[in-house]
Design a protein around this ligand. Structure first.
Ligand SMILES: *[C@@H]1O[C@H](CO)[C@@H](O)[C@H](O)[C@H]1NC(C)=O
Ligand SMILES: *[C@@H]1O[C@H](CO)[C@@H](O)[C@H](O)[C@H]1NC(C)=O
Ligand SMILES: *[C@@H]1O[C@H](CO)[C@@H](O)[C@H](O)[C@H]1NC(C)=O
Length: 550
């Protein structure tokens, strides 16, 4: 008996320890804190570049003498406003705050081993400065900092923007306060071409300032698509030139809670300057309650006991007038939004109202649809797809549109959002030859206690059964922040740094998956976002060097 109790004791203690652990400290947290004791060999780089070599040799940067310039042989010059503005922005992010505090920061830089310039060289003859970024934009770049100077080389301006962010992440202050950068070689390019953030401006209106700030935060994380879920059931803040009643009646407020045509242009231009595409979503036929307020007879009247009940369902798919309206609206949208793609939604269509309506029942039987309301939905979606095709736009859709076997164009992007069996869905969509985006495990509006960025970080988008060819159809993913419980007060801390985990998963190599090393870099990256004015929440216990900012 004595022997047994001795053998039992350690087991018991372990059990007690782990019980206590689960109450106060998650074992993951402890592992992370231990890992964080060892500095990352990659400093504070986020997302981690594809190939990085950082040496212990350092150069000192006297901010007053330092400049970012167009390098010899670059096909871009001072007329490239996107780069000129980025040079200013990054100079400020690296040195601005310290410059403003009035200290002579140059004095602290030793006189030898100084770096006075970063040369930016664009090599492509095709000048993209005045264009919009697109799905095939080249974001690759090379950054070399050594005895002969610092050179950032990129084929297109879009790669230069990513490289400027990387350079800014390499600059730090040494123990004497001198701005320092190590001798470094980086060759970098994104693993996936579509790295998005979805913001929802219907459940709550987001002021322009909030949208700008989050676009800026996206650029700190090398994310490149703003999926603007601009309208939904709750409100219609998009101010249409052709149909002003939509926002007059459908917005929370017709003047203060709308995006005017000028506002929309400003968002698109602000995003372009950061290499970010703006893909607007006009979700239909469901999720359209707010549309009905300003457009008579657009929505299906619902019936109870054979009488119109006064409530309305999805867009009425049996009226020609519905399609005339959608045609004109999408013509406008195609012109207002520069991107090649429009998101057409197509998710969560509730057919109960259609079932109750006698005109729809009659239409169903005339068309031989029986009681298969998916066929009616398909008929609607097909006509919308044809309209958008007519305006020379590509489309993105939620997975239901694929599941309903609609006739999709070959360049359609299918977005997989349902968490249950999402790996099977990715396999099915790619087996049918469509490009796909993963969002299912990245609904960041879901919150829980603890470090949930780790779950987001561990996702592998190509982890499904399929051929190499299928895996190549995964073009990326999106961090989604649905707006039911989110407005300008909490959108930024809820998104950052949790979306940064998605950003690294979509940019860095597949084998960049050490959670400990990620924690170490992300903690610093989060403090950097804060110092740049983004109210990014903490990952866990700890501190930032500049607590006063953001
Ligand atoms: C940069 O150089 C310093 C000084 O030699 C060294 O301590 C540090 O580890 C280097 N940073 C990285 C990320 O390698
Ligand atoms: C609706 O349009 C179709 C095809 O253009 C046409 O055949 C039909 O007569 C129209 N119906 C009504 C009620 O206008
Ligand atoms: C891939 O998915 C399977 C099944 O869900 C899971 O067990 C495995 O851990 C995943 N692997 C990676 C690398 O995500």
């Amino acid at each position: 008996m004595a022997v047994m109790s001795v053998r039992l004791l350690p087991v018991l203690c372990l059990a007690l320890l782990s019980l206590r652990g689960s109450a106060a400290y998650d074992p993951d947290d402890i592992a992370l804190l231990q890992a964080a004791q060892v500095p990352s060999p990659y400093g504070s780089l986020w997302p981690l570049p594809q190939a990085v070599q950082i040496s212990p040799d350092v150069y000192y940067i006297p901010p007053g003498e330092f400049s970012i310039v167009h390098g010899a042989g670059s096909t871009a010059g001072p007329t490239c406003v996107v780069l000129e503005k980025a040079f200013q922005r990054y100079y400020d992010y690296m040195f601005g705050y310290e410059q403003r505090d009035g200290r002579d920061v140059d004095a602290s830089a030793p006189s030898s081993g100084r770096l006075l310039q970063l040369e930016v060289v664009i090599t492509s003859k095709e000048n993209e400065c005045h264009k919009y970024p697109h799905i095939n934009s080249d974001e690759s770049y090379k950054l070399i900092i050594d005895d002969s100077g610092a050179v950032l080389q990129a084929s297109q301006v879009w790669g230069a923007l990513r490289g400027l962010e990387t350079f800014s992440q390499l600059v730090y202050r040494d123990s004497t306060g001198a701005f320092t950068v190590n001798k470094t070689h980086i060759a970098d390019a994104p693993r996936f071409s579509h790295r998005g953030v979805l913001l929802d401006t219907s459940r709550h209106f987001l002021p322009l300032k909030t949208i700008f700030l989050n676009l800026e935060a996206m650029s700190f994380n090398k994310m490149n698509v703003f999926h603007w879920h601009i309208v939904d059931d709750q409100s219609f803040p998009y101010q249409s030139a052709l149909f002003p009643e939509l926002s007059n009646k459908g917005a929370y407020h017709p003047f203060t809670h709308v995006y005017t045509p000028v506002d929309v242009r400003m968002v698109i231009e602000y995003a372009r300057h950061r290499g970010i595409r703006v893909v607007p979503e006009f979700d239909s036929p469901g999720h359209t309650s707010s549309w009905g307020k300003g457009q008579k007879d657009l929505l299906t009247p619902c019936y109870t006991d054979g009488q119109p009940s006064g409530t309305y369902g999805p867009i009425n798919p049996i009226l020609n007038s519905s399609y005339c309206f959608m045609d004109e609206l999408f013509q406008e949208i195609s012109l207002v939004f520069a991107d090649q793609y429009i998101h057409l939604g197509g998710d969560e269509v509730d057919v109960s109202c259609w079932k109750s309506n006698p005109d729809i029942t009659k239409f169903m039987s005339e068309h031989g649809f029986g009681t298969d309301y998916r066929k009616l939905e398909s008929l609607y979606v097909q006509r919308i797809l044809d309209i958008v095709t007519k305006y020379k736009k590509g489309y993105m859709v939620w997975q239901e549109v694929f599941d309903n076997h609609d006739q999709l164009k070959a360049d359609t992007v299918v977005e997989v959002w349902k968490e249950k069996d999402y790996q099977k869905e990715m396999a099915a969509v790619t087996a049918a030859g469509f490009q796909t985006l993963l969002t299912a495990p990245w609904y960041l509006n879901r919150i829980s206690y603890g470090q949930d960025w780790i779950q987001a970080y561990k996702v592998e988008p190509t982890n499904f059964t399929g051929t190499e060819e299928q895996k190549r159809l995964v073009i990326g993913g999106e961090a989604c922040l649905w707006g039911e419980f989110v407005d300008a007060t909490n959108v930024t801390p809820r998104l950052w740094p949790r979306a940064s985990a998605v950003a690294e998963r979509l940019w860095s190599s597949k084998d960049t998956n050490s959670v400990g090393d990620a924690y170490n870099r992300l903690e610093k990256h989060r403090c950097r976002m804060r110092s740049r004015g983004v109210a990014a929440e903490p990952l866990y216990v700890g501190y930032c060097e500049h607590e006063s900012l953001a």
